[in-house]
Design a protein around this ligand. Structure first.
Ligand SMILES: Cc1cc2nc3c(=O)[nH]c(=O)nc-3n(C[C@H](O)[C@H](O)[C@H](O)COP(=O)(O)OP(=O)(O)OC[C@H]3O[C@@H](n4cnc5c(N)ncnc54)[C@H](O)[C@@H]3O)c2cc1C
Length: 450
């Protein structure tokens, strides 16, 4: 006999946990189903541990910068103790059982296992059937493993193994120079690993403005990270000791190989066809209130609107309001922000210049290089960066912006407010920017808009 509830949440990652917890707290009978760890990718193998590792790596780089400024610090650091500490702190804060207890304390019921839809309002887990009139899917994404000759037969790393590493390898080949590949490359390089990035596109972080790619490439090359851009890897071998990756006529070798070529929703295992959804699609299509169909909602990476924790929680709030019958605005992705946590950090929001031009917008751009702002000059070593604004000249508002540099992601927040609130450029021009801050560069870039 089926176990009945008001709502079933399939996948208790960032988005699913937020939805299940909020609905249970609101008094609904919720069954949350999770095959792995409650909390999902972010706290165990994603945002949190990677940013803890990056923080450690950046401290080493920052201490090295003391040379030539106030004095000299001879900093040596070993990856092992940092990795151990991260693991200890992560298990204190993001323990799966703590997450399950937190959720069940709100009144939710929890089922561990891999769920599959078997019909409208019906999910099966290990032979048991659960029924509810409303189902929320938050099954996330997995690392893409591209069909490169030989790759699948090798002990390659994805983000999971890279985050679980207890020692920095002597050398690391990284397939993919997107945000995850770039962040982990610089982090390992700063712990002493010889890193080579292989990227099929002709630039790193190609979702960002070309200026951001140029900046990150210059910094990486200066830090000794080797770049192979514009040629995809075509073959991979592992001889028991090391990896060899073929890129055109060149063979690159490394102790480890990290595959970071993107993320993909795995929909074909979810039984989507039984509820009229396409299991072959790249993502589950949702409307502005996260409805994917009758009695079905989807949140997070699986919706294909961007693989970010802040997006999963944003969509979770919207789905919860809709399920509870509360009025609220539909999802609005115009001011969607994201940060690549390299050093310099690249924070961006809204459209790139190219996206705005493609959308037929009458584009105006303004730029301010960070090193020539007062704060950039004061900062000296590590002051690489720029602020770039993309304005709609007809409407007199910003539609996109990038803030690359020290705390680039934090500086970007003001730009996100401007885009979200459609603050007229003229008001930004007549606003007071504190001296001497990095965000004062926004004022310089506004002046450059003309
Ligand atoms: C290395 C790395 C760094 C990142 N850094 C950042 C960052 O700095 N900032 C940021 O915003 N985002 C970052 N992200 C992205 C972020 O982790 C994801 O966007 C976020 O976890 C998405 O949440 P979600 O709920 O959609 O999916 P997930 O967190 O992936 O959760 C989905 C859950 O569903 C479960 N599941 C799947 N199928 C089933 C099934 N059939 N039955 C039961 N359970 C199932 C999975 O086990 C998983 O726990 C990073 C990701 C990676 C890999």
């Amino acid at each position: 006999m089926a176990d009945k509830a008001d709502v079933i949440v399939l996948g208790m990652g960032v988005g699913g946990e937020a939805v299940a917890g909020a609905l249970a707290e609101a008094g609904l009978d919720v069954i949350g189903i999770e095959g792995r760890l409650v909390g999902g990718e972010c706290p165990y193998w994603g945002c949190i541990p990677s940013k803890m590792m990056i923080r450690g790596a950046n401290l080493i780089a920052e201490a090295d910068r003391v040379d030539g400024m106030a004095g000299h610090a001879d900093v040596t650091s070993d990856f092992g103790p940092v990795a151990k500490r991260i693991r200890e702190e992560a298990t204190d804060n993001w323990d799966d059982q703590v997450a399950v207890d937190r959720y069940t304390a709100k009144g939710g019921r929890f089922v561990r296992g891999w769920g599959r839809l078997t019909g409208p309002g019906q999910v099966e887990v290990d032979g048991n059937t659960y029924e509810a009139s409303r189902v929320v899917i938050g099954t996330g994404t997995s690392a893409v493993v591209p069909p490169i000759d030989g790759l699948r037969d090798t002990p390659y790393w994805t983000n999971k193994e890279a985050i679980e590493a207890t020692e920095a390898p002597e050398s690391l080949l990284v397939l993919g120079g997107g945000p995850i590949g770039a962040e982990l490359s610089q982090m390992f390089a700063r712990f002493g690993t010889e890193v080579t990035v292989i990227e099929g596109a002709d630039r790193l972080v190609s979702v960002e403005e070309p200026e951001s790619s140029q900046l990150i490439q210059e910094v990486f090359e200066r830090e000794g990270i080797r770049l192979h851009l514009g040629e995809p890897a075509t073959r991979v071998r592992h001889d028991g000791e090391s990896f060899t990756v073929g890129v055109d006529d060149t063979e690159l070798t490394g102790e480890r190989l990290l595959v970071a070529v993107g993320r993909r929703s795995v929909l074909d295992q979810l039984g989507l066809d039984t509820v009229g959804l396409d299991p072959k699609a790249r993502a589950i299509e949702v409307d502005g209130h996260m409805r994917a169909g009758d009695g079905i909602w989807a949140v997070g990476d699986v919706t294909g609107h961007g693989a970010f924790t802040h997006l999963a929680t944003y969509q979770a709030d919207i789905a919860v309001a809709d399920i509870l019958g509360q009025e609220g605005p539909p999802a609005d992705y115009r001011a969607q922000p994201h940060v690549t946590f390299t050093d310099p950090e690249v924070g961006s929001v809204g459209m790139t210049e190219a996206q705005a031009r493609d959308a037929g917008i009458s584009v105006q751009t303004g730029t301010a290089p960070v090193p020539v702002t007062t704060r950039g000059w004061i900062h000296k070593a590590g002051n690489d960066g720029f602020i770039k604004l993309v304005a709609d000249a007809d409407r007199g508002v910003l539609v996109g912006a990038t803030s690359a540099g020290p705390w680039g992601g934090e500086v970007m927040s003001g730009l996100a407010v401007a885009i979200h609130g459609e603050v007229p450029v003229d008001r930004l021009r007549h606003m007071i920017y504190a001296y001497p801050t990095f965000h004062r560069g926004i004022g310089e870039a506004v002046k450059d808009l003309g």
